[in-house]
Design a protein around this ligand. Sequence first.
Ligand code: GLA
Length: 732
Amino acid sequence: MAILSNETKSIFTLQTDHSMYQMKVDAYGVLLHTYYGEKGTPFDLSYLITYADHGFSGNPYEAGDERTYSLDALPQEYPVYGSGDYRASALKVRYPDGSHACELRYVKHQLQKGKYALPGLPAVYAEKDTPADTLIITLEDTRKSFYVHLYYGVLEDLDLITRSVCIENHGEAPLYLEQVLSTCIDFQHGEYHLHTFYGRHMKERTHQRIPVSHGIHSVGSSRGASSHQHNPFILLTSPQATEDHGECYGLSFLYSGDFLALGSKDQFSQTRILMGIHPDNFCYRLDTGERFYAPETAMAYTSHGMAALSQIYHRAYRHDLCRGRYKTARRPVLLNSWESVYMDFDGKKLVEMAKDAADLGIELFVMDDGWFGKRDRDVSGLGDWHVNEEKLGCGLKGLSDEIHKLGLQFGIWFEPECINEDSDLYRKHPDWVLKVPGKAPVRGRYQLVLDFSREDVRAYILKQICQVLDSARIEYVKWDFNRSISDIYSALLPPERQGEVAHRYILGLYDMLEKLTARYPDLLLEGCSGGGGRFDAGMLYYTPQIWCSDNTDAIDRLSIQYGTSFGYPVSTIGAHVSHCPNDQTGRITPLETRATVAMAGTFGYELDTNEITEEERPVIQQQIQEFKKYYDLIQDGLYYRLTDPDRYPACHCWEFVKPDHSEALLCIVALQIQPNTVRSCIRLKGLSPDKIYMIEGRAYPGSALMNGGYLIPNATSEYESFRIHIIEKNRE
Ligand code: GLA
């Protein structure tokens, strides 16, 4: 068992292979947080907690005259608003009498074999070969109205600890949950840096590193989706931490809606991290006997730097979060029609492209937006999920059959959650959208959002999707969502439940995705939200890959994919080779460089095959062969960021290494051409120092490549790239 509780049952120590997490119930029944860090003797670490009279930090009544005991200063496992702790809290409850003051005390705990699951929510699960244990600690408010069940999943081998919270109302009247965050981690000592990933549409997940200073720094989303602007993944590191050294903590939220991630430093220079559903659009009425489950967070710790921390998440998410056939099966190399023809196509044009695609070695043809309803521009048609045969000049089955005859699989685009006012569905059901009575709703991309908190709305859309999927052979679906949510109001809920709509919407989305994946277990689903507007661990439970960004410019993608790689594996990052000049930036980059960058993702193409020149054709064929050859190495290998594209101007380098260290792929994109050349050299990582490796016919000891480095080839043209294969001698 990876969970130890001592004889007095007051200390709980969770252990993974390399980390340890500890809590203690103190004399007043308060659950304190005593340690999270390197694995060691499971000793009671509460000796590190100091008690002093702090003045203006009040004392719980039970402490009597003991002025040195204050929740305002103590490291707590689940701090609650109104307890005398004036820092940011995890829980805020409104009692039936309108008050908020609240205190939580330990009641009991329970140990279980295996990893808990959460009703209706994504959660890390334990594969057959993944040992896992669960601890549930129950606290109760001192007014005896509700329980707080704290869930801990310990996945020892993965070095991952998951957390969730369940609030159970056992009182006599409804409670209003105004804030239920999923995780709090208190650090009594130490200086830290907070790493977050900010951005915007077409520039997602830029890495930002700032010292945690006195006050609060928070990021989050109240856009109804996890958003392009911030990502529900953060790191907390020591100020000295680098890719290779130093203490790093990760916190990842398995949720696709509003979130809050917060780092703060209090009056005693203690650091508190919180993560959970953003309270802005949240107020949940909990009736007597009801339970509310907060989404899961996944925590990881390593003392070996940021690369090692990322690798924990890469492994865990590939192996114990993503599901379905394509978790392990090789994903087909695809051609997507979007940047090729946008909405300007007919069936003939698509079949012509598919013919070219087959000739190039592409395996899946995806018909993106524009095939349904009245949809020649983005102003109309969303909601009418029936094929526009007039536009295509054929039926969907006919088109799919033609494409399959060419030896390709066939995929299709949907945006199930949205609707254009110019659609038959909206004309029939204008009340199905999120819209506040008496106020005109905010539009986004000419569209409104369907009320996915409603079962009837979801059932209708699911039926439409299934009809399409059953009408032809379709092996892939891109599930898009192209706006932020506003006007959060559901026509079916009473006023006191309107604060639940944003969360119920996400539960509705998950419910629908669960039904879809259960009905079509072999379907490859790709998530998308205007590119990477909903790139989060919650979606990965349903869609094993997500379109990373609407920006396909290879040079901009370096930074976007670099930022994404901190919390998510390469196997989940949708990346394509598009045409040049690039549609978003106008930049021209070599075809080989576009492939090098797309290979750090799911790899595919998104260009008009008509535009491919005779010289480019064999190059693309070769790229596809190469990607297939390196597929396992790329998708399952250890991923190393060798440079930071926002800080190192000369070139950007990254590396994939086979877990047995027998093979690696070094990728380099030149960002500058240097006259009168100065050669740069890059130190490789993850090799075995004692092994001999072959690179382009020359032998090098692993130690030389890792300590001395490898000379970066000189770029002779702008943005030239290099893919350098490194293989253990005698395995070539
Ligand atoms: C979004 C997606 C694109 C494409 C378009 C279609 O922007 O991110 O890849 O599918 O929608 O409208």
